[in-house]
Design a protein around this ligand. Structure first.
Ligand code: SPD
Length: 344
């Protein structure tokens, strides 16, 4: 991604200019995904530690990266997904973690530790994982829906809500062509362009913050959404059905990491260890029911929570899922393609 490379180099330059961590303070600035860290978790941490926490939200990895690149914010903790950690590690943007302060990391399932984007979890700890799938309001959509191709049918024009995320949208089109989610080449982008040209005019709502809202208020009757959002809908009303797209899906792992520029590293590590506690992680899952990688927390969860297919795909489903990799300058090609198609 041309912009991203620039972004990351700019951010790295900041780190080298000496804006490194200073003396311990009672502040913590978090920049995280919207609807992901419950306010009551922040409040409990503040009450217990006396640390004043400020939180800013973003709706995509790319939004977070451009804010960092612009030198905006003064963050101690960020919440990147796997391919972004990979890029930030390459760019030497992250502060190495002190594992002596992360005693609760042992609660994380081994399958989510030591992943290729951050071997030995030197720079990041898993927060939540999940997938992206289809939610159908069965009161309003009577046809069988099994695939992305079933969602993006002319009959569904004006009824569809999707994530406002270029990499996601391109991924669905790649999968619909039997292509891998990281096979973002010029040739493949050319191949999927006509598919996206058919799909995009059918979409009514783009929303990465809360795609469930359009399905709840009737603005949309079918959607392609984060697993956690799907899980909330399933809990709210039996008319909503979760469908794992037959073309395939990806597994995302969103982590917490500390920028090299952070001023409150101790507080950031204390927060990481706090959210890794089983009872705290369980509370996070109650409000935002994603695929919780914390095994000790899962032991405290109800069978109903664990049985929610949008939160916890089956082992077989997970085995088939691919994971995003850093695609470098191709990221900006994707952004450009989707922006152009949305404007047509
Ligand atoms: N509201 C929180 C949504 C978090 C979704 N994670 C996104 C992963 C994108 N690759």
């Amino acid at each position: 991604m041309k912009t991203k490379k620039l972004v990351l180099s700019t951010v790295t330059a900041f780190a080298f200019l000496g804006f490194a961590s200073a003396a311990p303070t009672k502040n913590l600035n978090i920049y995280c995904w919207s609807e992901y860290i419950p306010q009551n978790i922040i409040d409990q941490f503040s009450k217990e530690t006396g640390v004043k926490v400020s939180v800013e939200n973003y709706a995509s990895n790319e939004e977070m990266l451009s804010k960092l690149a612009a030198g905006g914010g003064d963050y101690d903790l960020i919440q990147p997904s796997e391919y972004v950690i990979e890029a930030l590690v390459k760019d030497k943007f992250l502060h190495p973690l002190d594992h002596a302060k992360l005693s609760n990391l042992k609660n994380i399932a081994p399958q989510f530790l030591n992943m290729p984007f951050d071997p030995d979890n030197k720079f990041s700890i898993p927060y939540m994982a999940g997938t992206v799938g289809i939610v159908v309001n069965t009161d309003l959509v009577k046809d069988e829906v099994r695939s992305f191709a079933d969602v993006f049918k002319p009959e569904n024009k004006g009824k569809i809500v999707v994530l406002d995320d270029a990499r996601e949208i391109v991924t669905w089109a790649l999968l619909s062509q039997g292509l891998g989610i990281n096979q973002v080449t010029d040739k493949n982008l050319k191949q999927i362009k006509p598919i996206l040209q058919q799909w995009i005019p059918l979409i009514k709502v783009y929303d990465s913050d809360s795609p469930k809202t359009a399905l709840l208020n009737g603005d949309a009757s079918i959607g392609v959404v984060w697993g956690g959002e799907g899980a909330i809908l399933l809990n709210k009303n039996k008319k909503f059905r979760w469908v794992m797209p037959s073309e395939g899906a990806h597994l995302f792992i969103d982590s917490l990491a500390i920028p090299k520029t952070a001023k409150n590293v101790d507080n950031a590590e204390a927060f990481m260890n706090f959210i890794l506690r089983p009872e705290i992680s369980k509370q996070i899952s109650e409000e935002f029911p994603y695929l919780n990688p914390n095994l000790a927390a899962r032991k405290l969860m109800t069978q109903k929570q664990l049985d929610n297919a949008a939160s916890f795909p089956s082992d077989d489903e997970i085995k088939k899922m691919q994971i995003f990799k850093d695609i470098g300058t191709k990221g900006s090609d994707i952004e450009e393609l989707i922006t152009t198609l949305k404007a047509q």
